[in-house]
Design a binder for this molecule. Structure first.
Ligand code: ASP
Ligand code: MG
Length: 420
């Protein structure tokens, strides 16, 4: 049994849906648990629906939702014929559920509504792919993952109830493979014990794949993407970026930690714990080898470069020249937690603490103002954080010319530079 995960870009057009169906068809004898994200930019579009709804702009919300409905029905029309009728009935049931909600006035908090609305992107996309498979003669079982992945009610960042989920997978998913080669379900979403929909955090479908792989357990997980393999840098920023065909779990966790947009950071642990290899494959060129991520220690990696723009450096300086000791730093970390900010880099000096954050004006302004009760706060905006793993002088030189470095942190493996 293998887990295949397809992201939004792999199904963002009729041709691409057919392409995904081909990939599934070619490998179905392996028994596939297929996890799919919402089509293209649907999740963003649904976020706009929730925002309009929550701000009391009901008509806007309904109008925006109408566009999402239309585009899905339109796609469905091109990938089904015989199945079109039954498929449309299922889609309309999903629509009605959301529209009922949009007609009510919000009485609970934003995150709750976010999850009730945004979760439908994955329901739509998986239904469309499953009906298309049926159309071409593959009898895939479609499962509403909200009956399987149980979570707490920390909406938008829900925590998984592993024991319940494991039991549901053993009782409800495994038997499906007696009759079907392919089981299709949604990434990113789950449900509470009160049947409220939840989501696992943006880009969380990779993580869903890892949850299923761990609990089935699966022989491997393949994440199908629009890149040939994991690369040492973002090819949009670096024309000379190169493919890396083999990586260790540890390396990928580090890369994700420093901000590389490779794989959702939570994905690795469930796989590492069971020694399940993770393949990153190209859905455009499935014959390419892609990248395999496993326990093997990989030597001789090229410099791995991660760039984070829009960084803010905050210097928290003790007001009376006393050392920055435990107590004030503790207070500061308490504020970080409260505002939900995490430094991307931090450094101590005798009388000050330097931290660099992603620039979210609302959060960083609040942070500066709250921290100024304990410290003198100096803020510097519009910075870039460069991280290089396996750095060499030439790479550092190349990436820092004509830049002013305001902060450097270096270990034998990794150098980070905050630059203007
Ligand atoms: N559709 C969700 C998102 O866009 C989950 C995912 O793609 O992994 O964040
Ligand atoms: Mg996605």
């Amino acid at each position: 049994m293998k887990v295949y995960k397809f992201g939004g870009a792999s199904i963002n057009s009729v041709d691409r849906i057919k392409n995904v169906a081909n990939i599934i068809n070619e490998h179905k004898s392996e028994k596939l648990l297929v996890i799919i994200s919402a089509m293209g930019k649907t999740t963003n579009a649904l976020e706009a629906v929730v925002n309009a709804y929550f701000e009391g702009r009901k008509e806007d919300a309904l109008q925006l939702f109408e566009q999402i409905k239309e585009s899905h029905l339109n796609t469905l029309k091109f990938v089904t014929t015989l199945q079109w009728n039954a498929a449309t009935i299922q889609m309309k049931d999903f629509f009605t559920e959301i529209e009922w909600l949009l007609h009510d006035k919000p009485v609970r908090h934003y995150d709750y509504y976010y999850d009730q609305v945004v979760c439908c992107g994955e329901l739509f996309s998986t239904a469309i792919v499953a009906w298309h498979l049926k159309e071409i003669g593959i009898d895939a079982a479609w499962v509403d993952v909200r009956d399987i992945v149980r979570t707490d009610n920390n909406f938008r960042d829900a925590g998984v109830d592993w024991a319940f989920t494991e039991n549901a997978i053993q009782q409800q998913i495994k038997p499906l493979f007696n009759k079907h080669d392919v089981v299709i379900t949604q990434g990113f979403i789950g449900a509470t014990d009160e049947n409220e929909s939840t989501t696992l955090g943006r880009e969380g479908s990779d993580y869903s794949g890892a949850i299923f792989a761990n609990l089935l357990p699966a022989k491997s997980v393949s994440i199908w993407k629009d890149v040939d393999a994991v690369m040492n840098a973002d090819p949009k920023q670096f024309a000379d970026a190169v493919n890396i065909h083999e990586l260790s779990y540890a390396e990928v966790i580090e890369m994700a930690y420093y901000g590389a947009q490779v794989i959702h950071p939570k994905t690795i642990k469930p796989l590492q714990n069971k020694g399940i290899p993770l393949y990153v494959k190209s859905f455009i060129n499935p014959v390419l080898p892609g990248t395999v991520i496993s326990n093997t220690h990989v030597k001789g990696l090229p410099p791995i470069i991660v760039i984070k723009e829009k960084q803010v450096l905050m210097q928290f300086k003790s007001k009376d020249f006393s050392f920055v000791e435990d107590k004030p730093v503790e207070q500061l970390h308490h504020i970080f937690k409260e505002i939900k900010v995490k430094p991307n880099l931090s450094q101590n000096t005798a009388i000050s603490l330097l931290c660099c954050f992603d620039e979210h004006a609302e959060k960083t302004d609040r942070l500066a103002s709250e921290a100024s009760e304990i410290f003198d706060v100096i803020v510097e905006k519009d910075l870039t954080l460069l991280t290089i793993r396996y750095y060499d002088e030439a790479t550092i030189e190349k990436l820092t010319t004509e830049k002013t470095v305001v902060l450097t942190q270096q270990t034998p493996v990794t150098v980070q530079m905050l630059m203007k």
